[in-house]
Design a protein around this ligand. Sequence first.
Ligand SMILES: Cc1ncc(COP(=O)(O)O)c(C=O)c1O
Length: 392
Amino acid sequence: MEQQFGAELKDLGEKNLLWNPKSLESASEPWSVVSGKKVLMFCSNNYLGLSNHPEVKEAAIEAVKKYGAGSGSVRPIAGNMALHLKLEETIARFKRTEDAIYYNTGFTANSGAIPAIAGEGDLIISDELNHGSIIDGVRLTKAERAIFKHKDMDDLKRVLEGTKAKAYRRIWIITDGVFSMDGDIAPLDKICALADQYGAHIYVDDAHGDGVLGSHGRGIVSHFNLDGKVDMEMGTFSKGFGTMGGLIATTKTIKKYLLNKSRTYLLTGSQPPAVIAASIKALEVLEGDDALVKKLWENTKYFKARAKEIGFDTGESETPITPVMTYDESKARDLSLKLFEEGVYALPIVFPMVAKGKARIRTMIRADFSKEDLDFALEKFGKVGKELGIVK
Ligand SMILES: Cc1ncc(COP(=O)(O)O)c(C=O)c1O
């Protein structure tokens, strides 16, 4: 066995596909300590800096003092703390939906909710670039599957037209809201119109829209003014909201169904009080003030415009996820290595995370970067980009 796994690892290593993550040795701050070096944190999903927000941290500390370090059980048995219920109420209020259900992670929300809502006699129609957790959720269903070309509404219409030939029980269209590798936004308004026309339901994964899009960071549904038109809005606390956990904002009936049918909800211990209290506080901070979201967009616009002026190609991005395209895999790796030497931590994204020949550095802009931080990064990108012949 050792030999077999060893051989596979060697093969991955030879193909340059082995992960060897650096270690974060401080809080996730604009300037973080990464593997012993103080660097500008340019690849974290902590868009708003909420993971290190004083009120959010204080809420976690108080919850540990009052409720302890763990919940002691799964939600359906003895681990359904009043705090979990308060969080679900807070999510529903924030997302402006009837109700909400909280999962331990976004991954388990997708891999647990999708197999619960779709089965034999149903069809799932998925954007070809959907996140891996959606793909795994779909793999666990007995539903039929169809793929539409990335954000291509003619192709989605083609698939929906084909459904007329068969009497499906339910048709689900599932899409990422913001696509995590390119930072582009799903045309949810158009998807809703098509869903209406063909009697389909919508499940949107708003992991990278939470805290980023819409009023006060309420997400993609708010961004497109589609309140009440999306059946299930999935999201995560692990990015813009700064903590941990998955969410599905939906109706009372679907919530009740999921909490009776969804295995990744039923069969796993519940998140500890500190995480739950911090998550409630993160949403309260955003409800009270959207200054952080505004600052995130100000920083995003500034960085994108200056990066383009320097000559970088930032791809299709419409959000703080800003790819700096190198296309060539080894150039992306070299750019990342040299940037780290210069004090900027930004990771390369290469095949198989993106198609071959579409390599890039994926920069993640944050609200808590100062203009000086952004200028520092731009200067380093420009310097190293020139050395590597990426810009002139
Ligand atoms: C689009 C998308 N969906 C789901 C997830 C999973 O979320 P979580 O980190 O909460 O498991 C991620 C994060 O990696 C994501 O980018």
